[in-house]
Ligand binder design. Structure first.
Ligand code: GDP
Length: 296
């Protein structure tokens, strides 16, 4: 187990005792430790570089107050910058649309889209008192359609049937029509993922977006994806106007550096975190708390 960033920096502090400022000469060694900590937490390299540059700018010349050492002061600056970059959390699902408010779920296969669709269904029913319909536009995997049916029932929502011989756009329009006629507040649309980014997938989800005009387009990403999360995030950001991110599998042992990469690349707020396979395993994402985890 790697020692925490605070521990590592305190090792450096001995050589800096009595220094009341973070200076060009003492900051380099400290920033090297910060950089290592971020890379170990799986923050993508270009994101680490940008982040370190911002921290350096903020740190240089910062007065080290009271009994703090320059190392402790720098950890404080890093923590604050991490929390600010990842967002302060508490940004719930936007439902400000003519009902039904459509939520489009995007992400790679296995990221947790279907599970998260059910978790959100439960959240919207219980916390927001909404009437929720789900539909799967994954025409490539009949099992995915069945999976959504099962988990929607667990969540207490209603599921709209779709089948592999339909086109995703056709499914979307039928579900939307049904949701309107039956006065649903929210329509959650689960989509097909692929194991990797491909053109056809992106064209299809863009078409779904144009058809549905969703109020939320949520990018679901696996925190365990680590360094690769940045490439996935870039591809989805280019294809879709993302309005939010849901980071899944934060109950795993990753330090969750993907949060920083994805936030920086998409510019979209991380709204929720998946914290278990169970249907109630969804938490509001808290950037402040997550900063501590990334730092280790
Ligand atoms: P999809 O292909 O994107 O629809 O992904 P699924 O919803 O089928 O999820 C893929 C796997 O990840 C399943 O085994 C889920 O139970 C699991 N999963 C999803 N979210 C979480 C989470 O937050 N924590 C954990 N531990 N597992 C999750």
């Amino acid at each position: 187990m790697a020692s925490t960033l605070t521990d590592r920096l305190s090792l450096l502090v001995k050589t800096m005792r009595g220094q009341a400022r973070i200076t060009e000469s003492n900051v380099q060694d400290m920033l090297r430790e910060v950089r290592m900590a971020l890379l170990e937490a799986d923050v993508a390299l270009p994101v680490v570089r940008d982040f370190i540059a911002r921290v350096k700018e903020k740190a240089l010349g910062a007065e080290v107050v009271g009994s703090l050492s320059p190392g402790q002061a720098l950890v404080g600056i890093v923590h604050k910058e991490l929390a600010a970059t990842m967002g302060e959390g508490v940004s719930d699902i936007n439902l400000a649309a003519q009902p039904p408010a459509v939520i489009l779920m995007a992400g790679l296969q296995g990221a947790g889209k279907t599970t998260t669709t059910a978790k959100l269904t439960k959240h919207l029913i219980e916390k927001r008192k909404k009437k929720v319909l789900t539909v799967s536009a994954d025409v490539y995997r009949p099992a995915a359609i069945e999976q959504l049916k099962t988990v929607t029932a667990q969540a207490g929502g209603e599921w709209f049937a779709s089948s592999p011989d339909q086109k995703p756009r056709e499914i979307a329009l039928a579900a939307l029509d049904y949701a309107k006629k039956h006065y649903f507040d929210v329509l959650l649309v689960d989509t097909a993922g692929r194991l990797a980014i491909d053109e056809a997938l992106m064209a299809e989800i863009k078409e779904l977006h144009a058809t549905l005009n969703p109020v939320e387009t949520l990018f679901v990403v696996d925190a365990m994806q680590g360094q690769d999360a940045i490439n996935t995030a870039r591809a989805f950001k280019e294809a879709l106007p993302l309005t939010g991110v849901i980071l899944t599998k934060l109950d795993g042992d990753s330090r969750g550096g993907a949060a920083l990469s994805v936030r920086q690349v998409t510019g979209a707020p991380i709204k929720f975190a998946g914290v278990s396979e169970k249907i109630d395993g969804l938490e509001v994402f808290d950037g402040e708390r997550h900063a501590g985890r990334v730092l280790g």
